[in-house]
Design a protein around this ligand. Structure first.
Ligand code: UDP
Length: 330
C-alpha cells in the first residue's frame, strides 16, 4: 500500500529535521521543503537515501506546488532566531504571512490537515505569567522582534479564518524555547551561543543582568507534543513547552558546570524588547493531548553538549550567516 504523504516546510531546520525523522518513523512518506536560507542540508543528509523521503528546494513565500496527494502539511519554515530577524526581516514577515497563505491554499486543494508553527513570541514581553493560551500578548509591532511576532500573529489569524470560513482542518502550536541537537551553532540563541563559546574557550555572554527567564524544552518532547496535537481535534492554539523556568544567569552557570570549562560570564547589553520572563502554562496540552515533557534539562543538555562536541572543529568557526540573505527580491 502506498504510504500517506506529509509535507514539512522548513525541513532542513532544527525542528523541521526532527519532524521529518518522526514522520518517517511513523510510516509516512515525507516531502521536506526548504529554501536553505537558515536551514542546513546537513540536518537531513541521513534521509536522502530513503525511498520515504524527498527534498524540494523551494521558498514557500512563492506559490507552492506539490504533485500528488497530501494527508498533512506542517508549516515550520521561518527564521527563528532574533539575529535572523534583524538580518532578514522581510523574508521573516513573508514566510509567516505569504508562506502561510500559500500553504493554506495548498491544504484546501489537497484536502489536507495543516498544522502551523506559532510561538510564545505571540505573547511578546508578557504581562501574564505563566502564559496561558487565552492571553493576547504584549507585542511591539515596530520593534526588531515585531517582524517575527506579528507574522506569527497574522499566521494564527489567517489559519483560524481558513478554518472558520472554509472549514479547513487546522492546528496551531505555540512553541516555547526548544533546544537539542541540530540547532545552528551560530544562530545567536542562548544555548548554542553558550555551548559554542565553551567549545571555543571564550567567555559566556549573558545579556542584561541575566535575571530574565526562559523555560527550555527538549526537542523530542516538543515533537511528541506536536505529533499528538496534529492527530487531536483541537483547533484552538495550544502551548507546547517545558514549564521548568530558569534565569539566564543560572543557565550560564549550568552550562559552565556541564561543560567542565573554566570560562567566566561576561555581561553584554540586553537586546531591545527582550522578554523579561517566559514560562508556558501547559494545562491545556496536559488535558487535551495527555502530554507533558519527560526529559529533564540535565539530561537534554548533556545530549545536546555531546552533539556539539561531536561536530567537526571547523564548524565552530563558520560564519554566523554564510548565505547571501540579500539575494532575491526582499
Ligand atoms: N541571551 C544571552 N546571551 C546570548 C544569547 C542570548 O544572555 O549569547 C539571552 C537573550 O537576551 C534572552 C535569552 O538569552 O534573554 C534567550 O535568548 P534566545 O535568543 O535564545 O531566545 P528568545 O529571546 O527568543 O527567547
Amino acid at each position: 500500500m502506498a504510504k500517506e504523504r506529509v509535507l514539512i516546510t522548513g525541513a532542513a531546520g532544527f525542528l523541521g529535521s526532527h519532524l521529518c525523522d518522526r514522520f518517517i518513523k511513523e510510516g509516512y512518506h515525507v516531502i521536506g521543503m526548504d529554501n536553505l536560507i537558515t536551514g542546513d542540508l546537513r540536518n537531513i543528509e541521513h534521509l536522502f537515501h530513503l525511498d520515504s523521503f524527498e527534498f524540494s528546494h523551494h521558498d514557500v513565500s512563492k506559490f507552492v506546488h506539490v504533485p500528488g496527494e497530501l494527508k498533512y502539511i506542517l508549516h515550520f519554515a521561518s527564521p527563528a532566531s532574533p539575529i535572523d530577524y534583524l538580518k532578514i526581516p522581510i523574508q521573516t514577515l513573508k514566510v509567516g504571512s505569504l508562506g502561510t497563505h500559500n500553504l493554506l491554499g495548498l491544504a484546501m486543494d489537497k484536502k489536507a490537515r495543516i498544522l502551523v508553527a506559532s510561538t510564545s513570541e505571540v505573547y511578546g514581553d508578557p504581562m501574564v505569567h505563566p502564559q496561558t493560551e487565552d492571553y493576547w500578548g504584549n507585542v511591539n509591532p515596530v520593534g526588531p522582534r515585531g517582524v517575527y511576532d506579528e507574522a506569527k500573529r497574522f499566521q494564527e489569524a489567517m489559519t483560524m479564518a481558513y478554518h472558520t470560513f472554509h472549514g479547513l482542518e487546522t492546528r496551531i502550536v505555540r512553541i516555547f524555547n526548544t533546544y537539542g541537537p541540530r540547532m545552528r551553532l551560530n544562530d545567536g540563541r542562548v544555548l548554542p551561543a553558550f555551548m559554542g563559546q565553551a567549545l571555543r574557550g571564550e567567555d559566556l555572554t549573558v545579556f542584561g543582568d541575566g535575571s530574565q527567564t526562559r523555560s527550555f524544552c527538549y526537542v523530542d518532547d516538543l515533537v511528541e507534543g506536536i505529533y499528538r496535537l496534529l492527530l487531536s481535534d483541537c483547533v484552538d492554539p495550544v502551548n507546547v513547552g517545558n514549564p521548568n523556568e530558569i534565569t539566564i544567569a543560572q543557565f550560564a552557570e549550568e552550562i559552565i558546570k556541564l561543560t567542565g570549562t573554566d570560562q567566566k560570564v561576561i555581561y553584554k547589553p540586553l537586546p531591545v524588547d527582550d522578554p523579561k520572563q517566559r514560562q508556558p502554562n501547559i494545562d491545556k496540552a496536559r488535558s487535551i493531548l495527555g502530554w507533558e515533557p519527560r526529559v529533564d534539562r540535565s539530561e537534554g543538555l548533556r545530549v545536546t553538549w555531546e552533539y556539539f562536541k561531536s561536530l567537526p572543529k571547523e564548524r565552530l568557526y563558520e560564519e554566523a550567516h554564510h548565505r547571501d540573505f540579500n539575494k532575491g527580491e526582499a
